[in-house]
Design a binder for this molecule. Structure first.
Ligand SMILES: NC(=O)c1ccc[n+]([C@@H]2O[C@H](COP(=O)([O-])OP(=O)(O)OC[C@H]3O[C@@H](n4cnc5c(N)ncnc54)[C@H](O)[C@@H]3O)[C@@H](O)[C@H]2O)c1
Length: 280
């Protein structure tokens, strides 16, 4: 049974699935940058009997995130927070990817880490592209992504120097995983847990836009070569989120759960077999 409220940041495909999976019978705070989407999702949820409050937020603006955290606190104990807000390389230029996916994520993680209730938990959505970037980023860069003060993140030379939205997205998503790892100590000091989820290709508005973009054919090929051979659904992510927020995951914090239908495993295995073939 829930003892406090659920905050969902980003009410696109994944945020809406989380609302329907976890929102019944408790206070839910919905937040998004897009006023129209937010109003529509909140109205539909209220009509279906959910107890929802809506607040506009720009996750890349510190004062906006602070106001959201204050609103969450005004609803009582902040038991669960699920951060799904983001932009993809097809949707946004490099600067927006940096601000929303790297800075915004870090701001929400920090603000909610200061108000999460004891016994509470958070799930923050990263991406399998972050897992793919792991190992390709120098150790000192990873260290800075994990622990640099949030207000310095965008000024880090390797972040400020990025010119390609796709590369910025991968680095931001790797940064998300590292940041959650580091933040788990602060959340733990409050008796709370925090984890990230790295989705594969999920059939939301964002996922469909990416599939229709320049890398779409490559993404489809990766999905077809994976063990499940299918796109993910928003419910696949909501189910993993429900697990990580539940008491079943009480020994799990500071980690990243890959929910990609086996894409990363297939890619790694194909590469290893190719390397073995060349060596043999
Ligand atoms: N869909 C996929 O295939 C996929 C794959 C891997 C990772 N992800 C990640 O999952 C998360 C959720 O994606 P989704 O598929 O639900 O996308 P979506 O586009 O359906 O929803 C994202 C929501 O974030 C909101 N948003 C954008 N900028 C914002 C800002 N500055 N402040 C507040 N809200 C903002 C948008 O208005 C939108 O409602 C994102 O972080 C995305 O990078 C998605």
């Amino acid at each position: 049974m829930a003892f406090g409220s659920l905050t969902i940041i980003g009410v696109g495909g994944m945020g809406q699935a989380v609302l329907r999976r976890l929102g019944a019978g408790r206070r839910v705070l919905l937040a998004d940058f897009h006023e129209g989407t937010l109003a529509d999702v909140a109205a539909a949820a209220a009509a279906d009997g959910y107890d929802v409050t809506a607040q506009h937020v720009d996750v890349s603006a510190p004062e906006s995130v602070a106001a959201l955290a204050a609103r969450a606190q005004s609803l009582g104990l902040v038991e669960h927070v699920v951060h799904t807000a983001g932009v993809s390389p097809v949707q946004a230029p490099v600067d927006a990817v940096r601000r929303v996916d790297l800075l915004g994520f870090a701001l929400v993680l920090e603000e909610f880490g200061q108000i999460i209730a004891p016994g509470g938990a958070g799930v923050f959505i990263s991406s399998m592209s972050g897992q793919m970037a792991a190992g390709r980023i120098p150790a000192e860069v990873e260290a800075a992504l994990a622990t640099a003060p949030v207000e310095q993140l965008l000024a880090l030379p390797f972040i400020a120097g990025l010119t390609d939205a796709g590369t910025a997205y991968s680095i931001a998503k790797r940064g998300n995983q590292l940041r959650v790892q580091a933040a788990s100590l602060d959340w733990g000091a409050r008796g709370a847990r925090v984890n990230s989820i790295s989705p594969g290709v999920i059939s939301t508005a964002m996922g469909q836009q990416e599939l229709a973009g320049g890398s779409g054919a490559q993404m489809r090929a990766m999905v077809e070569a994976s063990a499940t051979g299918r796109l993910g659904t928003p419910e696949d992510i909501a189910n993993a989120t429900a697990f990580l927020l539940s008491p079943d995951a009480s020994f799990i914090t500071g980690t990243d759960l890959l929910v990609d239908g086996g894409v990363v495993a297939a890619l790694a295995t194909v590469q290893r077999r190719a390397a073995e073939g060349q060596a043999g």
